[in-house]
Design a protein around this ligand. Sequence first.
Ligand SMILES: [Zn+2]
Length: 69
Amino acid sequence: MFIFTDAIFLTSRRGKPVIQIGEHRYNKYSRSKGAKAIWVCVKWSTKACRASITTIDDTIIKTNNYHTH
Ligand SMILES: [Zn+2]
Protein backbone atom coordinates (compact mmCIF):
# COMPACT_ATOMS: atom_id res chain seq x y z
CA MET A 1 0.00 0.00 0.00
CA PHE A 2 1.20 3.39 -0.94
CA ILE A 3 1.59 5.91 1.86
CA PHE A 4 0.49 9.32 0.60
CA THR A 5 1.79 11.11 3.67
CA ASP A 6 5.33 10.34 2.53
CA ALA A 7 4.92 12.75 -0.37
CA ILE A 8 6.95 15.94 -0.06
CA PHE A 9 6.21 18.92 -2.31
CA LEU A 10 9.44 20.63 -3.33
CA THR A 11 10.81 23.12 -5.81
CA SER A 12 13.62 21.98 -8.08
CA ARG A 13 16.80 23.93 -8.62
CA ARG A 14 15.24 25.20 -11.85
CA GLY A 15 12.24 26.53 -9.94
CA LYS A 16 9.88 23.81 -11.12
CA PRO A 17 7.53 22.04 -8.73
CA VAL A 18 8.43 18.45 -7.88
CA ILE A 19 7.04 15.77 -5.59
CA GLN A 20 9.46 13.55 -3.71
CA ILE A 21 8.16 10.18 -2.53
CA GLY A 22 10.82 7.98 -0.99
CA GLU A 23 13.59 7.58 -3.55
CA HIS A 24 11.36 8.67 -6.44
CA ARG A 25 10.82 12.16 -7.74
CA TYR A 26 8.04 13.41 -9.97
CA ASN A 27 7.90 16.44 -12.25
CA LYS A 28 4.68 18.32 -12.78
CA TYR A 29 3.37 17.61 -16.25
CA SER A 30 3.50 21.01 -17.87
CA ARG A 31 0.31 20.77 -19.92
CA SER A 32 -1.93 20.14 -16.91
CA LYS A 33 -4.11 23.10 -16.00
CA GLY A 34 -6.35 24.16 -13.16
CA ALA A 35 -6.67 22.42 -9.82
CA LYS A 36 -5.98 18.98 -11.26
CA ALA A 37 -2.39 18.13 -12.05
CA ILE A 38 -0.52 15.13 -13.39
CA TRP A 39 2.98 14.42 -12.11
CA VAL A 40 5.29 11.98 -13.88
CA CYS A 41 8.44 10.22 -12.73
CA VAL A 42 11.65 12.09 -13.59
CA LYS A 43 12.76 8.91 -15.40
CA TRP A 44 9.76 9.22 -17.76
CA SER A 45 11.96 9.87 -20.79
CA THR A 46 15.31 8.36 -19.82
CA LYS A 47 14.01 5.03 -18.49
CA ALA A 48 10.54 5.00 -20.07
CA CYS A 49 9.10 4.92 -16.57
CA ARG A 50 5.35 5.55 -16.56
CA ALA A 51 4.83 5.98 -12.83
CA SER A 52 2.61 8.99 -12.20
CA ILE A 53 0.63 10.89 -9.60
CA THR A 54 -2.62 12.82 -9.94
CA THR A 55 -3.32 15.70 -7.58
CA ILE A 56 -6.16 18.13 -7.04
CA ASP A 57 -5.22 21.26 -5.14
CA ASP A 58 -1.94 19.59 -4.11
CA THR A 59 -3.76 16.62 -2.60
CA ILE A 60 -2.83 13.25 -4.05
CA ILE A 61 -5.91 11.46 -5.33
CA LYS A 62 -4.34 8.75 -7.46
CA THR A 63 -0.97 7.11 -7.96
CA ASN A 64 0.58 4.70 -10.39
CA ASN A 65 3.59 3.62 -8.37
CA TYR A 66 5.01 1.05 -10.77
CA HIS A 67 8.55 2.08 -11.69
CA THR A 68 10.70 0.47 -14.36
CA HIS A 69 13.95 1.28 -12.55
ZN1 LIG B 1 10.06 5.96 -12.03
